[in-house]
Design a protein around this ligand. Structure first.
Ligand SMILES: Cc1cc2nc3c(=O)[nH]c(=O)nc-3n(C[C@H](O)[C@H](O)[C@H](O)COP(=O)(O)OP(=O)(O)OC[C@H]3O[C@@H](n4cnc5c(N)ncnc54)[C@H](O)[C@@H]3O)c2cc1C
Length: 380
């Protein structure tokens, strides 16, 4: 029996693994991908992401300022290794740092490939079944990210989920003609800029309103442990209100806003403000009706409309809530204790821990807050 089994080898699972491994715990990560952080890499590549949004002090290593020291120790740092007032690291630097952590702590060897299908309590721990067999551990961490994308109803009849940039079935290739990206946040802007670079003048970004400018997804204070505890002490309604008002949805950092404005001015990218009300296929094309604007015709469409906020209907969460009678709050989010326990043997990290950690729960900052909470339980 392992000490810990972590479901999901994304940012949250990997950071938890690094922390537990450095304490000498016996653990495994279970994820269908061939290496840790595969989902992150896939999304970043698809969007043509050059830099992270988060600052240099938010990295996935154990301890503080590891990425900062790693960068200083590089014999030669490429120009543009950092961007913006928050010194957001380039994706290339972040990846090198992650590779160094994985190597140093031997994290790749801890990865078992598979999708967790069910979890049940057994004597002294839990057993997780995947298509590859079963794993048993004294404690389980759920770090499966946000499993469902947000697909607008009007897109259902023309391709649905497969049109979403974060869906496994999304076509990675550049468009071969007129293209439309729908969405109002950083992912939409990044993809529209990437497509506009590939085929200048043929891409349109459709968003409800001009993106607001914010360097980070939420104010930096939410990355501090003290603020996350303060958050957790509010009533449920208070926490929901804070999440609603503090997470800067539909915002982009100043540098991305400047790139968007340049692309618009030069005619490489067109931006239309409005809401898509319906869409249909016509021959080999798609015809989108946009409120207050008229119709747009395109050959390729991408939905960069983010992830579903809640966890209702996510099989692992539904199964656990039903079989173990575990409590859930609004949006089907698990209600956790201070050490992020949903059950004495089951912890939850990432976006699903938003009601305990606050507005940055899903981010790297949230992964670091979570490891502090796990450590607050004492030795594993
Ligand atoms: C494009 C983009 C850029 C971002 N940039 C930043 C940034 O710069 N800074 C920042 O702090 N945050 C950023 N974020 C937010 C956040 O850090 C990322 O969304 C991050 O990927 C969340 O990590 P995660 O581990 O929760 O989820 P994921 O990265 O989605 O990882 C979850 C893992 O769980 C696995 N999994 C799912 N279900 C199961 C199952 N049943 N069994 C086993 N494994 C399973 C998946 O295969 C996946 O590998 C960004 C997000 C996006 C989308």
């Amino acid at each position: 029996m392992l000490d810990w089994l972590i479901l999901g080898a994304g940012v949250h699972g990997l950071h938890a693994a690094a922390c537990l491994r450095s304490q000498g715990a016996r653990l495994r990560l279970l994820d269908p991908n061939p290496r840790p952080l595969s989902e992150w890499d896939r999304r970043a590549e698809l969007l043509g992401m050059s830099h992270l949004r988060s600052p240099i002090d938010q990295d996935i290593d154990v301890g503080q300022l590891s990425l900062h020291h790693f960068a200083e120790a590089q014999p030669r740092l490429e120009p543009g290794a950092f961007s913006g007032p928050c010194r957001a690291p380039s994706l290339a630097l972040f990846r090198r740092h992650v590779a160094w952590i994985r190597d140093r702590l031997g994290l790749d060897a801890l990865l078992e490939r598979g999708v967790a299908r069910s979890v049940e309590l057994v004597e002294g721990g839990v057993r997780v079944e995947s298509e590859e067999g079963s794993l048993r551990a004294r404690r389980l961490i759920l770090a499966i990210g946000r499993p469902r994308t947000q697909v607008p109803a009007w897109a259902e009849g023309i391709g649905g989920a497969a049109l979403h940039v974060f869906d496994g079935g999304f076509d990675h290739g550049s468009p071969g003609g007129a293209a439309v990206v729908v969405g109002g946040g950083l992912s939409a802007v990044q993809l529209a800029l990437r497509w506009a670079r590939a085929r200048p003048g043929e891409t349109t970004l459709v968003c409800r309103r001009p993106p607001s400018i914010a360097e980070l997804d939420a104010a930096p204070r939410w990355a501090r442990q003290r603020w996350s505890w303060r958050f957790a002490n509010f009533s449920l309604a208070g926490r929901m209100a804070i999440l609603d008002s503090e997470v800067r949805r539909g915002s982009v950092p100043s540098q991305a806003a400047a790139r968007l404005a340049r692309a618009q001015r030069s005619g490489r990218l067109r931006v239309v403000f409005g809401e898509v009300s319906s869409a249909r296929k016509e021959g080999g094309e798609l015809l989108l009706s946009i409120d207050h604007h008229g119709a747009l015709r395109c050959r390729r469409l991408a939905l960069a409309t983010g992830f579903a906020r809640g966890f209702d209907g996510v099989p692992l969460f539904e199964g656990l809530a039903q079989t173990l009678g575990l409590e859930r709050g609004p949006w089907g989010m698990p209600l956790l204790d201070g050490a992020l326990r949903w059950h004495p043997r089951i912890h939850v990290l990432g976006a699903a821990a938003s009601l305990s950690l606050g507005p940055l729960a899903a981010n790297i900052a949230g992964a670091r807050l979570a490891s502090g909470r796990l450590a607050s339980m004492g030795p594993s």
